[in-house]
Ligand binder design. Structure first.
Ligand code: HAM
Length: 424
């Protein structure tokens, strides 16, 4: 049997891996600057962590979760998203009781059984940022500004920030009724899934990607006309805060999000750079999520960004970072004796913190080795042949200018170490 990676799951290596690492470093740097600390949860959770929170009628719970029974007959799920798992961990470790806002981020693989296409995978990676113990609109705006800062740090600004307020759980009843009233005589125009959504989750119809459903939903009542005064004030203040921070955005009442746990602020960063998909990143406030695990709400707001989609956006802009890793020295031995000298030295230098590259092919010509040295982008090559050994000297070659100098062999190690220290 020919074994291949599972459909929708990718291997990462080489130049692409180096680009990911460089982008990961930039994202982490912005998150640290905003005061967010890393958090990791296990890849497996009890299935209820997601079924109780994300919503029974959501795409994730209905058809996208990887669920299986372990040897103990316990039903487990591979994490399809991390907010619910994060809140499970917050409650388990009583972090909400510290009495002050806490900022966490994660960078983890997620698993959703979706139809794979560009920008949509079955194993994908999310950076997520969550701010808990803070119910203020200022926290919502900070969260949005943080996501914007990450894209801008990487040179991406071709997106629209869409924000909405979907009210509190209590205030949504009237809106749901209005939606049902609107859709009830248009059911035959909706896709089969939206016909199912009509009874229990009419708001999800607004989120459907089917064009026919979008056409019908165009004239549906908008949530902003049904907001309670508290939600309205919250929404106004979030907008004011974003303006104070100099961020442009659009209010879009159709941003309702496909997960059940949101209340109040919901937002999406949409970009044409992505082709088939449009959401670069998305999030919102989820004060009510904790109630599904315990008695009390925990005010919280956050987002997640898709790493694969971020890389597609960077590629579309030809802004992918160049890989930074290159050796400081390329060792080119000629003959077995020279090979042994440079073999020992390259490992000693690596242990001391200097990257000296040596290829374990012993009979390559000088020309072939210098070609490899060029390819490796090492600024210097060290050439050692039988003649040089006799003279007790090695040749240090500047790969840029091709100028050379002789270094006494017994001083070579100290010389290369000194040179590297001076350069850094
Ligand atoms: P989400 O909208 O399901 O939200 O996902 C967030 C982002 O993950 C999307 O905007 C997209 O960039 C990326 N994404 C989602 N599915 C895929 C996929 N199959 N392949 C590639 N990328 C994908 C959440 O997951 C929430 N937990 C966000 C959140 C955090 N809300 C509050 N805190």
């Amino acid at each position: 049997m020919k074994l291949q990676a599972i459909r929708g799951m990718r291997d990462l290596y080489g130049e692409e891996m180096a680009q990911w690492q460089s982008v990961e470093r930039s994202v982490r740097e912005v998150l640290s600057r905003f005061g967010y600390q890393e958090f990791r949860t296990p890849v497996l959770e009890k299935v209820e962590v997601f079924t109780q929170t994300v919503g029974e009628d959501s795409d994730i719970v209905e058809k996208q979760m990887y669920v299986f029974k372990d040897q103990n007959e316990e039903t487990l799920a591979l994490r399809p998203e991390c907010t619910a798992a994060f809140v499970r961990a917050v409650i388990e470790h009583q972090l909400h009781k510290v009495g002050r806002p806490l900022r966490f981020y994660y960078y983890l693989p997620m698993f959703r059984y979706e139809r794979p296409q560009k920008g949509r995978l079955r194993q994908f990676h999310q950076f997520g940022a969550e701010l808990i113990n803070d119910s203020s609109p200022e926290a919502d705006a900070e969260s949005i500004v943080l996501l914007d800062a990450i894209y801008r740090q990487l040179g991406i600004s071709e997106y629209v920030v869409k924000i909405n307020n979907i009210g509190t759980e209590a205030s949504r009843g009237k809106y749901r009724d209005a939606l049902k009233d609107f859709f009830k005589d248009k059911l035959s125009e909706l896709c089969p899934q939206c016909q199912k959504r009509f009874e229990r989750a009419p708001m999800r119809i607004l989120d459907c990607k089917n064009e026919a459903c979008q056409e019908v939903a165009k004239d549906a009542p908008v949530i902003l006309d049904y907001l309670d005064p508290e939600s309205r004030a919250h929404h106004e203040r979030v907008q004011h805060c974003l303006k104070m921070a100099g961020l442009s955005f659009e209010v879009d009442p159709r941003i309702v999000r496909g997960l059940d746990y949101y209340s109040q602020t919901a937002f999406e960063f949409q970009s044409d750079l992505l082709g088939a998909q449009s959401a670069l990143g998305a999030g919102g406030r989820y004060d009510g999520l904790a109630i599904r695990f315990s008695e009390k709400p925990i005010p919280a707001v956050g987002w997640a960004l898709g790493m694969e989609r971020l890389m597609i956006a960077l590629e579309a802009k030809a802004a992918l970072p160049k890989s930074e890793g290159k050796p400081q020295y390329f060792f080119a031995p000629l003959g077995p004796e020279a090979f042994d000298v440079l073999y020992g030295l390259s490992l000693k230098l690596k242990r001391a913190g200097v990257w000296a590259e040596l290829i374990y092919e012993k009979d390559k010509s000088l020309k072939a080795q210098l070609k490899q040295a060029n390819k490796s982008q090492a600024p210097f090559a060290v050439v050692l042949g039988e003649e040089e050994i006799k003279k007790g000297q090695a040749v240090l070659r500047d790969m840029g200018s091709s100028s050379q100098e002789n270094i006494p062999l017994n001083e070579l190690e100290a010389h290369l170490l000194r040179r590297t220290q001076r350069a850094t």
